[in-house]
Write a protein that binds this ligand. Structure first.
Ligand code: PLP
Length: 425
């Protein structure tokens, strides 16, 4: 048996499905999973020494590529001074100030340990301050695995075709209204009927977890206006888009402010970090300032904060967003040409440095459009790319990411490999 297979069968003995997060099992692409030994810049290497150009980038956090020297250096420095104190440390304060300055709508922020936790806490805060119990989410948006938002969710839930999930009581699921993404009218209709009882609308300002689906014209503006009119809070889940679309996230990119913002992924620079942020007034309701409880033994962990802070500093100093966008536009244009040359129906959705190649000809504006993709073809595409040394997300319903480490030379190499893969389809 080869090393990947051997190790993964051992993994399967001790962990459900051999993994600690479902999509890593590569089930949707009917491919034996790889086991990763290391990552450097735009590449990862499996335990057999196979090298892949990486467009998964740990599902989004690694906007500077793997093991960026500045991030590694800051983490090493932090590690030597202790791994955790459970008491405030200077890294937390500095990164909190950085996040507040970056986000147009934030004056205070609370750090937690994952995007899931950030969303859970933001929803609790929204319910606490409004005294209302209903929330609204959009079909195909993924906000982590917290009960209230695991209804009609994207990402792994979409990949594995799990409609909701057992273990979530009906009474809890019933407190979540689910609407189609990009459907302003459906939102208006729901609020006309139930608006006074809705605590919050949570949305991915650019959907990344049904594959990339950007918001249409007035969608985000309508969300802003309708929630304001009825006294509900608007939560932008910027776990992917924060520090990705722009330094100030989707809010800077689209010029629309949310009431609460959830962050994760990039803000942790590859370490387990989440955060939620908002105005002084709203965040003043969080304990110990207010009476809405939320806590964490490892929250604000010095090593994690050091990784996040170093990442934000490099982003701020280098402002790579225009360049990332240009490179991503080039890459997606070339992939599209290669597929067109082979007569393969597809649609590429891209915004900034996040994109998805859907195997459907029609426009993809919501989850049901995304589901029209040819998933069998996607699976073969994934397999051929992997075989030729390119790693993309192991599911149609995920975003591909570019990092600053993907320079022109890497893109040329990747396109040669992708061309070979497509030829073998
Ligand atoms: C990844 C993701 C989450 C969940 O974050 P975890 O750190 O995996 O818990 C929440 N919301 C969005 C938009 C995400 O992409």
């Amino acid at each position: 048996m080869v090393a990947n297979e051997k190790l993964f069968s051992l993994a399967r003995e001790y962990m459900p499905g051999g993994v600690n997060s479902p999509v890593r099992a590569f089930k949707a692409v009917e491919t034996p999973p790889i086991v990763v030994k290391r990552g450097f810049g735009p590449y990862i290497e499996d335990v057999e020494g196979n090298r892949y150009v990486d467009f998964l980038m740990s599902w989004g956090p690694l906007i500077l590529g793997h093991a960026h020297p500045r991030v590694v250096e800051e983490v090493e420095k932090a590690v030597k001074s202790g791994l955790s104190f459970g008491i405030t440390n200077p890294y937390e304060i500095e990164i909190a100030r950085e996040v507040v300055n970056a986000l147009p709508s934030a004056q205070k922020v609370r750090f937690v340990n994952s995007g899931t936790e950030a969303v859970m806490s933001a929803i609790r805060l929204a319910r606490g301050v409004t005294g209302r119990k209903y929330i609204v989410k959009f079909e195909g948006c993924y906000h982590g695995h917290y009960d209230s938002v695991l209804v009609s969710a994207g990402s792994g839930v979409a990949t594995l075709s799990i409609p909701g999930t057992p273990g979530i009581p009906e009474e809890i699921a019933r407190l979540t209204f689910v609407l189609p993404y990009n459907d302003s009218q459906a939102l208006k209709n729901l609020f006309e009927e139930k608006g006074e009882e809705i605590a919050a609308v949570i949305v991915e300002p650019v959907a990344g977890n049904m594959g990339v689906v950007p918001p249409e014209g007035e969608f985000l503006k309508t969300l802003r206006e309708v929630t304001q009119k009825y006294g509900a809070l608007l939560i932008f889940d910027e776990v992917i888009t924060g520090f990705r679309l722009a330094y100030g996230g989707a809010q800077e990119y689209f010029g629309i402010n949310a009431d609460l913002t959830t962050l994760g992924k990039i803000v942790g620079g590859g370490m387990p970090v989440g955060a939620y942020a908002g105005s002084k007034t709203l965040m003043g309701n969080v304990a110990p300032e207010g009476n809405i409880y939320q806590a964490g033994t490892l929250s604000g962990n010095p090593v994690a904060m050091a990784a996040g802070l170093a990442t934000l500093k490099v982003l701020k100093e280098t402002n790579p967003y225009k360049d990332l966008e240009k490179k991503t536009a080039y890459l997606t244009g070339e992939i599209s040409k290669l597929l067109t040359d082979r007569g393969i129906p597809h649609t590429v959705n891209r915004i900034g440095s996040m994109f998805t190649v859907f195997f459907t000809e029609g426009e993809v504006k919501n989850y049901s459009d995304a589901q029209r993709s040819d998933l069998k073809l996607f699976a073969r595409f994934f397999q051929k790319l992997l075989k030729n040394g390119v790693l993309i997300p192991p599911s149609q319903f995920e975003a591909w990411f570019l990092s600053t480490a993907h320079d022109d030379k890497v893109l040329t190499e990747a396109l040669e490999r992708i061309e070979r893969g497509i030829r073998e389809l």
